[in-house]
Write a protein that binds this ligand. Structure first.
Ligand SMILES: [Zn+2]
Length: 521
């Protein structure tokens, strides 16, 4: 059975705290989802949100290639008329092939929130659907609070759906609006809805408040739904919408449903990271299928086993979702791990060789100081390059200075960094201000290097974290700084620096970040 995938990252997903998409961001995401093969892309609420109105205007100039664009809005107002309803007029003005109407389906929501009669709500649904169908739209009905409404008055929720079906609705989508329904309940209820409306497509719109968003989407499909709504990476209000990434991976790879193209699965990791990047969110390392830890095997006992029987520790092949296997280096690991890790990065090192032993000694020594390479493969790769004689050294530090100044009435301190480095035998002195010491040092170092290495303009620091670590016995507490960087090709890398001084720790991570970014320059 073909399962349609409906993405609402640009509408429901953008409700998440910390996300604010510009019109340009929305267009980039829409185009990427289109290329990826999503069936329906909900762009927003025209008329209600000015940015969304502009988005639809811009999308008319260059329509999507494969996906159907959807405009979202509510049924006509209580006591009103479809012909003169301002929201329905905005939905038509968006000129999308699909309109998604949100409607009340819970008796309590109608009488206590909408404050109208049960009969009027049914007329609002029937007339709005009929009006949009007569205008040539494909119409999807999102039935809000459906599962709670069902438990309160099942017949009324079914009457709300029937009103839409009689007016020719294309897809009925029960919504678990507060995200609290359990998978077995979704299965039972969707099964009954499918039986009641056998000629209409039935969908599911889960939220993740009970951590059951993915399970609820799957339960609905197994009960006969053929349309699933969610967001990339589970963006959304509160704990988020259901996450389309594991939903489509599970439906296709585990359950064998026809859902997106086969080759789309191999793009899942890149898609997930792309949307995080546009949303300016740090990717979740523990995300199922696409997180950086999803196929990471902590070194030690089973490292040899991994090489021989990877499938024993992996529920799918990492390639099948575009991810990669990682074998983090850690203190317990031996030269075999070093050799394997090196092989993954494209270096051939014999585990019995002097080089493997040297790298292991260096990793062990640094871990004792408080370094950790488990989340900083780029720093490990630089160390490996050094050990194999492939120098990534691009400049020599002569000195740096960081000044932080705050006067009584300043809301925030001012930070200024001065960097003196030698590049190709020429000494350069540069100064930059920043929001903090790392930002200022980054600015000054870039200014010093950018003429020699213009590729630096493509490199961006995306995240910075510090943690206090207690290193080996008898030493003071140290600070570990981790910097995440990306370039314009979407490659992301993490580097690490450790020191008793937070600025020095950050500097070390920054130098690795820049040298890694310039490794091929
Ligand atoms: Zn929702």
């Amino acid at each position: 059975m073909k399962i349609s995938v409906y993405d609402t990252t640009l509408r429901d997903g953008s409700q998440m705290e910390g996300i604010s998409f510009s019109v340009e961001d929305k267009i980039r995401i829409a185009r990427r989802l289109d290329a990826f093969g999503i069936d329906y892309i909900e762009g927003g609420w025209p008329g209600a949100v000015p940015k969304d109105t502009e988005f639809f205007t811009r999308m008319r100039e260059a329509p999507l290639e494969r996906a159907k664009l959807c405009a979202f809005g509510s049924t006509r107002r209580a006591g009103g008329n479809v012909e003169t309803d301002p929201f329905l007029a905005h939905l038509l003005a968006a000129e999308t092939p699909v309109v998604t109407l949100v409607a009340k389906s819970s008796r309590w929501q109608v009488t206590d929130v909408l404050r109208t009669t049960l009969e009027e709500n049914l007329r609002m649904i029937a007339e709005s659907v009929a009006y949009l169908k007569a205008s040539g739209k494909e119409v999807i009905l999102d039935a809000e609070h459906f599962f709670d409404g069902w438990k309160l008055d099942r017949e009324y929720t079914l009457a709300a759906l029937a009103a839409a079906v009689e007016s020719g609705v294309d897809v009925l989508v029960p919504c678990d609006t507060n995200g609290g329904t359990m998978p077995h309940e979704v299965g039972e209820i969707i099964g009954e809805v499918v039986a009641r409306f056998p000629r209409t497509s039935i969908g599911m719109h889960p939220h993740d408040d009970g951590d059951c968003g993915t399970a609820n989407a799957i339960a609905a499909v197994r009960a006969g739904a053929n349309h699933v709504q969610g967001t990339i990476n589970g963006f959304g209000e509160r704990t988020g919408n259901a996450n389309l990434i594991p939903i489509v991976a599970n439906l296709r790879l585990k359950l064998g449903y026809e859902c997106l193209d086969e080759q789309a699965m191999g793009e899942l990791t890149r898609l997930s990271h792309f949307v995080d990047e546009v949303a300016n969110m740090a990717p979740n390392p523990r995300a199922a299928y696409v997180g950086r830890n999803a196929f990471t095997h902590k070194a030690g006992l089973h490292v040899d086993g991994i090489a021989k029987h990877a499938s024993a520790y992996e529920h799918v092949e990492p390639d099948s979702v575009g991810n990669v296997r990682r074998l983090p280096v850690s203190e317990q690991s031996g030269t075999a791990t070093i050799a394997q890790k090196a092989a993954l990065l494209g270096y051939s090192i014999d585990k019995r060789s002097e080089t493997a032993r040297r790298v292991l000694d260096e990793v062990t020594r640094r871990e004792h100081e408080g370094y950790s390479y488990e989340g900083a493969e780029a720093s490990f790769e630089l160390l490996l390059k050094g050990a194999t004689g492939d120098s990534t050294h691009r400049f020599d530090l002569v000195g740096y200075r960081v000044l932080v100044e705050k006067r009584a009435n300043d809301p925030e301190p001012i930070t200024e960094a001065t960097v003196r480095v030698r590049v190709d035998g020429v000494e350069r002195l540069t100064v930059a201000e920043g929001d903090g010491p790392v930002h200022a040092l980054d600015g000054a170092l870039r200014a010093a290097l950018v003429d020699a290495y213009p590729h630096l303009r493509d490199i961006e620091l995306t995240d910075f974290k510090v943690r206090v670590v207690t290193a080996g016995e008898g030493t003071a507490a140290r600070v570990r700084a981790i910097i995440e960087s990306t370039d314009h090709q979407g490659t992301a890398w993490s580097t690490v620096g450790v020191s008793t001084n937070i600025i020095e720790a950050s500097w070390r991570a920054l130098v690795d970040a820049v040298e890694y970014g310039l490794r091929d320059s």
